[in-house]
Write a protein that binds this ligand. Structure first.
Ligand code: PFF
Length: 451
């Protein structure tokens, strides 16, 4: 068996960890999934619920995952095994996380591939190569999807092979600030366009009447997906965190950063839809705002094409580059979960582990490439249901098996004033009662509604 001690790695510091965890959190979930979910679930009403879930449920669960990770220094399966002396029942929580990671990464890679292929769609459009542009913009073509899935997975594997400090850290330190910059510039542009204010008011005015079981369930699923919670990505990233760092502070930064980017993405996409409408593009379908792939991959390119010229090209290419960057910092965290599992539990070397599991997952992506209608079912099972379920089990485990006192002993390291803080008083209540009850209620009422 190979010596894998050096293959685990450790973050160089707090900023590196926060950026990497924020990089995992900020992804297609913020810029593609959040605005489209908001558009199809009542705009402002969805935004409000999403924020409530992110801060009241997401933040405590994120602290729980970081604490489990740092205490055990292991991948999700290893972590639950370590804390329970190898109890198979609890190991299943970690195994469920790894499975969700594999399945989410498999379809995420296909959608991430679209974002990258649209960089070329935009580029060729503005260079006057209509045929080439149409080829790159054809999301229904299995061949295109397969090619770009391979490219995206190759980029992900390359970064993961580099390891924690050299690979993940270096990539996210450059990519995250660039992402923020492109996003802010695009918002500035869209808000000066005709029709944008209509979108802005839809987005920022919560229509409480629109809140029902479906909207609440969607907002909760979105909060888990967006914060990368419930499947052990944060357990894994937390396992590389030095003891001197403050877990509560780091979790707060990541939550703020992620919800901040989602909020900003809404400021871009919702107004952009109405700008597109004033340019004569249909943005309503089936009685509501268009959502899903149709929104990002049809309405937005149309808007950039209408703008035309050099600026159209800069914004068109910039936007899809931004989406690709956001997706890449998330795919690396998804692959890292499974890679860490292979390294810790099966003694595989990092390079071999990353290439082996990456290629295996790519095979699933290739199947999805030719059957893209699988995406919504996989997303429902492994993300909308799978992640809150994972979060629920993590809360129960921490509250009633490992024990909040043990967890808080871990948090205290790196947070000297913890015992005097509000977090100390509130966190155990959220983990023991509020988060699990809210998740359970939501899952049950949705299941009940479905039958
Ligand atoms: N948080 C990512 C996004 O918003 O796109 C998706 C994701 C990454 C989910 C990593 C889960 C995960 F473990």
């Amino acid at each position: 068996m190979a010596d894998t001690t050096d293959d685990r790695g450790v973050w160089s510091g707090k900023l590196a960890f926060i950026l990497a965890a924020a990089g995992s959190a900020v992804g297609l979930g913020n810029i593609w999934r959040f605005p489209t979910e908001a558009a199809s679930h009542g705009g402002g009403a969805f935004l409000l619920l999403y924020l409530v879930f992110a801060f009241l449920i997401g933040f405590p669960v994120m602290m729980a995952e970081m604490t489990i990770g740092r205490n055990t220094r292991k991948n999700p399966v290893g972590a639950f095994s370590f804390l329970t002396g190898g109890n198979k029942l609890y190991i299943l929580i970690g195994a469920w996380g790894v499975l969700c990671g594999i399945m989410i990464l498999s379809y995420y890679t296909v959608v991430a591939g679209w974002t990258f292929s649209f960089v070329f769609e935009e580029l060729f459009h503005f260079m006057g190569f209509g045929g080439l542009s149409a080829w790159f913009g054809d999301t229904s073509s299995g061949l295109n999807n397969a090619i770009f899935s391979v490219l995206f997975m190759a980029a992900t594997i390359t970064i993961i092979t580099g390891g924690v400090a050299e690979g993940i850290e270096k990539a996210t330190k450059t990519l995250m600030p660039l992402l923020l910059l492109i996003l802010v510039i695009l918002i500035g542009y869209v808000l000066t366009q005709e029709g944008s204010m209509k979108g802005l008011s839809q987005y920022l005015t919560p229509d409480i009447g629109k809140i029902d079981t479906e909207v609440i369930f969607a907002a909760m699923g979105q909060a888990f997906f967006s914060l990368s919670l419930g499947m052990g990505a944060i357990i894994t990233y937390g396992s590389y965190l030095p003891k001197r760092e403050n877990i509560a502070g780091a979790a707060a930064y990541v939550t703020l950063f992620d919800t901040g980017i989602a909020f900003l993405a809404g400021l871009l996409i919702m107004p952009a839809m109405f700008v597109a409408q004033s340019n004569g593009i249909t943005i309503f379908a089936d009685g509501g705002l268009k959502a899903g792939p149709a929104l990002i991959f049809q309405v937005l390119p149309n808007m950039f094409h209408n703008l035309g010229g050099v600026w159209g090209m800069i914004f068109g290419v910039g936007f899809f580059l931004l989406l690709s960057i956001a997706a890449l910092t998330s795919t690396i965290s998804l692959l890292e979960v499974v890679t860490a599992y292979a390294i810790d539990e099966h003694g595989v070397q990092r390079k071999k582990a990353a290439m082996g599991v990456g290629s295996g997952i790519l095979l699933i992506s290739l199947i999805i490439s030719f059957n893209i209608n699988l995406i919504s079912t996989l997303d429902l099972v492994f993300s909308s249901i799978g992640l809150p379920l994972g979060g629920f089990l993590i809360c129960l485990f921490l509250a009633y098996k490992w024990g909040p006192e043990n967890a808080m002993e871990e948090i205290r390291q790196g947070y000297a004033a913890f015992d005097q803080s509000l977090v100390r008083k509130a966190w155990p209540i959220f983990i023991k009662v509020i988060a699990p009850l809210a998740i359970l209620y939501n899952l049950l009422s949705t299941l009940y509604g479905a039958f």
